[in-house]
Design a protein around this ligand. Sequence first.
Ligand code: PLP
Length: 287
Amino acid sequence: QVIYLNGEFVKKEDAKISVYDHGFLYGDGVFEGIRSYNGNVFRLEEHLERLYDSAKSVMLEIPHTFEEMTQIVVNTLRENKFKDAYIRLIVSRGVGNLGLDPYSCSHPSVIVIAEPLSLFPKSMYETGIEIVSVATRRSRSDVLSPKVKSLNYMNNILVKLEAHLAGVSEALMLNDQGYVAEGSADNIFIVRKNKLLTPPGYVGALEGITRNAIMDVAAEKGYDIQEGVFTRHDVYVADEVFLTGTAAEVIAVVKVDGRVIGEGKPGPVTNDLLESFRELVQNDGVK
Ligand code: PLP
């Protein structure tokens, strides 16, 4: 396995960054999680757009054009001969001095890691997962927009810790007003009477690329799908609940805070959309 590190492909064991990199010292940087299926990089353009937007928002200049970055991602996949992989693209402020000042960093670091990955075992897609709501809140009101996929994921890590403490692997994050925002790094959908609802960006949810793909697929299939604000109560009484994300793909949620959702197994709408998603990812993408 080789890693793209600042212009070169290096062996995994040799892929090291300086302890003075501000990505390491301060979480000063942005990232994307991308996926390839059958050698096609799924929605690469959308991921790169989000990366460049995140970078612009925090005044981090990516030292490559959009086209170059596209090639770097595709080449990393090719060098590794992976067909189905999870790709992590990181741009940090780079190496500077110990102070916070980003202007001490002269070159951003650009890293691309690709490896085969499956977030949940196959059986969980068949049985669905259990989640709990946690105390950690998704902020709507920080100066840093929740739309920026920055290297500061401490809140999301707290969510994972809370989930593990409760004996489950995923969680439901509310925003500071108590509205449902998202999971630890995935978006949420609820289905009630064949209507699908997912929280809008302004409640603090990241506008996930998988989420947007599912919204398109569902609309094409004729489902009534909308963005809308909802609470934990609406989740408890939903017929179906599922999470979407690059790593999680589409996974049914069958229990939330001890309440069984629907019949306690992945429902027909979730299964239908999972199947369509699996077809979509095989045929759509950058080669
Ligand atoms: N929410 C957060 C906070 C995330 O980090 C991610 C992962 O990227 C998502 C949601 C899901 O987004 P996507 O479908 O683009 O992976």
